[in-house]
Design a binder for this molecule. Structure first.
Ligand code: CP
Length: 315
């Protein structure tokens, strides 16, 4: 197989399982570069990458920017709040302007689900989805899968809990798809208002009791309560939410000794996860961030037509 035979990376559903595996394997090669004194390679020399974020971001935007720089691309970071978007310029006009400046890759985050899919049909540049509404966050899911592979070698047969605000989470939707594709058992957990029944159609198990499921889990992925997206009161109080669904020190002790603790960030310490757990040796939250750069380098490399690297066979 050669690279990704596609212009864009929009969601996990549109990737084959072979492509998901290829992205993770080539990420291993790019992660090895981080230990070298010269960390850049000329994969994207002469190419222009634009980050266009209509929603705030720390991890994803900086990670894409660093990945592009390490691949020797020219980088433009569009600050939407300081752009002509505030004068009413439309998404498509903004992106056509970037294309007129010869942008080769548009990395977009947008509050509207499917905004990246709309762009992909209307522009020639490669579009990479950095998070659209509640719909998808494919590069986060790929880095999550890579991070588990890095620790365990395989997801086959692992029990992975995704806990918290599933309803409003694009990360959960993409994680479910990638974890299941790689052979994991996925259990969603949270209050019924945040884990609607319709998720059972995704082929996952649903639990409303974290204490019951925690001993079974190999990996627990805690999600942020997205209070900015919640309409009305979806649980009685933060205190009650913490009592029932937070990953506390006591709950962590009831899990397997080698339980892997994950969180896509940003974390709300003391709400969905206690700070002692977030900072414990079982937590790979910071490794996820580092791995995100390697995974995004891999995605750029493969979208640019890169072929499998010999070193990948070592993974
Ligand atoms: N995980 C994630 O998407 O974080 P940011 O919102 O900081 O990019």
């Amino acid at each position: 197989m050669e690279g990704l035979k596609r212009k864009d990376l929009l969601d996990i559903q549109s990737l084959t399982t072979e492509e998901i595996t290829l992205i993770c394997k080539s990420a291993r090669y790019f992660k090895d570069l981080f230990t070298r004194s010269i960390k850049t390679v000329p994969v994207l020399r002469g190419k222009t990458v634009c980050t266009l974020f209509y929603e705030p971001s720390t991890r994803t935007r900086i990670s894409f920017e660093l990945a592009a720089k390490r691949l020797s691309a020219d980088l433009i970071n569009v600050t939407v709040a300081a752009s002509s978007v505030v004068k009413g310029e439309s998404l498509i006009d903004t992106v056509h302007t970037l294309e007129a400046m010869k942008a080769d890759y548009i990395i977009i985050r947008h509050a509207a689900s499917l905004a990246p899919h709309f762009l992909s049909k209307n522009i020639n540049a490669s579009v990479i989805n950095a998070g659209d509404g509640f719909h998808a966050h494919p590069t986060q899911a790929l880095l999550d899968a890579y991070s588990i592979l890095d620790k365990r070698g395989s997801l086959e047969g692992l029990s992975i809990g995704i806990v918290g605000d599933i309803k409003h989470s694009r990360v959960a939707r993409s994680d479910i798809e990638v974890f299941k594709r790689l052979g994991a058992r996925v259990i969603l957990c949270g209050p019924p208002t945040l884990v609607p029944d319709e998720f059972s159609a995704y082929g996952v198990e649903i639990s409303y009791n974290l204490d019951e499921i925690i001993p079974e889990l190999d990996v627990i992925n805690m999600l942020r309560l997205q209070r900015e997206r919640q309409k009305g009161s979806l649980f009685p109080s933060i205190r009650e939410y913490h009592q029932q669904f937070a990953l506390t020190v006591d709950r962590q002790k009831r899990g397997k000794q080698d339980l892997i603790v994950m969180h896509p960030g940003p974390i709300n310490r003391g709400i969905e996860i206690d700070h002692q757990v977030a900072d414990s040796p079982s937590s790979i939250i910071n490794e996820q961030v580092t791995n995100g750069i390697a995974v995004r380098m891999s995605i750029f490399y493969l979208l640019a037509g890169g072929t499998p690297l010999e070193e990948m066979e070592k993974v």
